[in-house]
Structures are given as structure tokens and as C-alpha cells.
Design a protein around this ligand. Structure first.
Ligand code: NAD
Length: 356
């Protein structure tokens, strides 16, 4: 029987409430699918500043590195807004991503049938099972390239550089092909190869990597076309792989298609199995402690962890099916609709466990 060590970074605001529900669901899945989970907790963000003076204590990095995966709630809040930039809770977030070498960011955009009306896109376009996974390169490209300011003809000017090396493109492409193999075996690589040299190398390298994945159907799309296709016909996509900056923009666009911020999960992966799984929303200080936060994004992050880091695909499928089933009748206030039953954060966790 597999035994997993998971580090919990509950963080601030609604972080502890939502992570507690996710743990409950993970325990239930472990019982049902015959594996065990051992938890360790560590501090990140504002709670770490309060306890140790810094947002990312070394002990937190050590605990995360010693585990199979990490579940993060959210960090930040008004209490720490006056901290200097490099000691803010969010600096802890960037720090842990760097310390764990998380170079691949995965954001699924899934429409759960019962929540279709929350999407700004017409029903007939999203259909019943829209499910796109965006794989974004997270530690390279223009956000980390050479940059500067200078005078041009006596006027201030600024520049940034988009640069990718073959090994950087290869490793993100492999993550995307591996994901496609676990899904519908379709990969769209997004670039701007008609204009950018870095994109031409991106495309050439992805084609090279594709030779190791003959079962995956690969196509290429320019980023401007992809932005349009995501709202015109999102069902055509299975997995999308792209650079840091294009992924930043496209993943926000794709997440909006799904409608509600309390539903969106994400994963960041390193070269090993270790991943960090978290909802895409923040610490929601406005509702912290009220017991009304939607725990589903965090619960769905646990499903991602089971699928992508722990290879427990059946448990992942079961959690997603349980969430979909509960949504037919019960909702937290953020996604509430007339005629359904309004429940608290904790009740939602209990209902998902029961549906499992
Ligand atoms: P937010 O995502 O925390 O909240 C935006 C709005 O969505 C709020 O009205 C909030 O109540 C609501 N909301 C968010 N998650 C919800 C949930 N699970 N259930 C119900 N409602 C939910 O964004 P913000 O208000 O801009 O930021 C608040 C704090 O979170 C800031 O300190 C910010 O820096 C931090 N933040 C952290 C992360 C992270 O930890 N990954 C991400 C974004 C923002």
C-alpha cells in the first residue's frame, strides 16, 4: 500500500478553512482507494511573518522538499500590507516556487455541468464537458530575461528580452506531452513563430520532443489565434503548452470561461514528482473566519495532486465526479443559485466526502 507524505501550507485568511476541507476529502479518498497519507504542517506567508519574522522560513522549504507533494491554501492579507516588498507574504510564495524548482504551471479550465450558467460563454459553445489544461512555462522567458532602460534619441526607452534555451523548452514540452498522454492525447503548442525567433526555436524543439510521443496528436497555433479560438471553440483543446508570458495571459482567459474563482485549481511541478497544488484564488480576507469560503478549488487541487504527482488516477476521477454531483444540489454562497441548498465551507467538505 502506497504511503504519501504531504506538507500542508495552510497560509492566511481562508487558507486554513479550505485546506482543512481538502484534507478531509483526501483522507476519505485514501480510505476508499487504499493508500495512506501522513501530513506535516509548515508556515508560509503572513502567519510565518508573525511567528518567525520572515514569510518563508528555511524549515518550510526543508519540510516541502522532504515530502511527496505540497498543498497550499493562500497567503496574504491587510495585516501585512505594510511589510517591505521582499518581506511580504507574496514574497514567500515566489520564494517557495523558486526553492522547489517549480518550472511548470498547470491550470485546468473545467466546466462542471451544473455550473454552466456561471460561464460568460454561451452554453452551445462550451458544451457539457469543456476541459482544457494549460501548461505554462514558469521560470523562463521574458519575465526573467535581460532588461533595461536607456535613452534613445534623448528620450527614455525600456526593453525586455524573451529567450528560451532548448533544454528549457524540452522539459516543459515533456510535461505537456506527459499530461496529454494521461488525457485525450491532443497537444496544441502555442507560439508566435511567424514573428519571433524564440518562438521558431520553441516550435522546432516541440516537434523534436513529439517524436518520443507518437500517440499524441500535436498541432501548432499562433498566440493571437489561440486567444480567439479559446472563446470561439474551447472544446477543440485538450492540452495547451506555451511560454511564460503567453501562458500568463491565456490561462486567465481560459479560467474565466469556467466562471467562478472559487472553483479553479492549479499545480506547479518540478523536475521530480514533487508538486505544489493550490487554488488560483487568494486568501479572501473579506470572508475569512465566516465559514462561507468555497473549498472546491482546493479540493480539486487535491484531485490534481493525486493524478499528476501520486499517480492515483481513480481517486482523482472520483473526487471530480463527487464535486460535480454535489454541485447539482448544494452550493457555497459564492456560486449559489435559487432553488439549491446553501451550505458552509465545512458542510461542502462533508458533502464531497459523502458523495465519494
Ligand atoms: P482573492 O482571490 O483573495 O479574493 C477576490 C474575491 O473573491 C473576494 O471577494 C473573495 O471573497 C472572493 N473569493 C476568493 N476565493 C474565494 C473562495 N474560495 N470562496 C468564496 N469567495 C472567494 O483576491 P484579492 O482580494 O485580490 O487578494 C486578497 C489577498 O490574497 C491579498 O493579500 C493577495 O495578495 C492575496 N493573494 C494570494 C494568492 C495566493 O496565495 N496564491 C493569490 C492571489 C491573491
Amino acid at each position: 500500500m502506497a504511503d504519501y507524505k504531504i506538507t500542508l501550507l495552510k497560509g492566511d485568511g481562508i487558507g486554513p478553512e479550505i485546506v482543512n476541507q481538502a484534507v478531509k476529502v483526501l483522507d476519505k479518498a485514501a480510505e476508499k482507494f487504499d493508500f495512506t497519507v501522513e501530513y506535516d504542517e509548515a508556515l508560509l506567508g503572513g502567519c510565518a511573518i508573525d511567528a518567525t519574522g520572515v514569510p518563508l522560513p528555511q524549515e518550510t522549504i526543508d519540510k516541502c522538499k522532504a515530502s511527496d507533494s505540497v498543498i497550499l491554501g493562500a497567503v496574504g492579507g491587510p495585516k501585512w500590507d505594510n511589510q517591505p516588498g521582499n518581506n511580504r507574504p507574496e514574497a514567500g510564495l515566489l520564494g517557495i516556487r523558486g526553492a522547489l524548482g517549480l518550472f511548470a504551471n498547470l491550470r485546468p479550465s473545467v466546466i462542471f455541468g451544473p455550473l454552466k450558467s456561471a460561464s460568460p460563454i454561451k452554453d452551445e459553445i462550451i458544451g457539457d464537458n469543456m476541459n482544457v489544461l494549460i501548461v505554462r512555462e514558469l521560470t523562463g522567458g521574458i519575465y526573467f530575461g535581460e532588461r533595461g532602460t536607456k535613452l534613445v534619441d534623448g528620450e527614455p526607452a525600456a526593453w525586455d528580452t524573451e529567450m528560451y534555451s532548448v533544454p528549457e523548452i524540452e522539459r516543459i514540452a515533456r510535461v505537456a506531452f506527459d499530461m496529454a498522454m494521461k488525457r485525450n492525447k491532443k497537444l496544441t503548442s502555442v507560439d508566435k513563430a511567424n514573428v519571433l525567433e524564440s518562438s521558431r526555436l520553441w516550435r522546432k524543439t516541440v516537434i523534436e520532443v513529439s517524436k518520443d510521443y507518437p500517440e499524441v496528436e500535436l498541432n501548432h497555433m499562433y498566440v493571437d489565434n489561440c486567444a480567439m479560438q479559446l472563446v470561439r471553440n474551447p472544446k477543440q483543446f485538450d492540452v495547451i503548452v506555451t511560454s511564460n508570458i503567453f501562458g500568463d495571459i491565456l490561462s486567465d482567459e481560459a479560467s474565466m470561461i469556467a466562471g467562478s474563482i472559487g472553483m479553479l485549481a492549479s499545480a506547479s511541478l518540478s523536475e521530480g514528482k514533487l508538486g505544489l497544488y493550490e487554488p488560483i484564488h487568494g486568501s479572501a480576507p473579506d470572508i475569512a473566519g465566516l465559514g462561507i469560503a468555497n473549498p472546491l478549488a482546493t479540493i480539486l487541487s487535491v484531485a490534481m495532486m493525486l493524478r499528476y504527482s501520486l499517480n492515483q488516477n481513480k481517486a482523482a476521477d472520483a473526487i471530480e465526479a463527487a464535486v460535480s454531483k454535489v454541485l447539482e444540489t448544494h452550493r457555497t454562497p459564492d456560486i449559489y443559485e435559487e432553488g439549491l441548498t446553501k451550505v458552509s465551507c465545512e458542510e461542502m467538505g462533508d458533502l464531497v466526502c459523502k458523495a465519494l
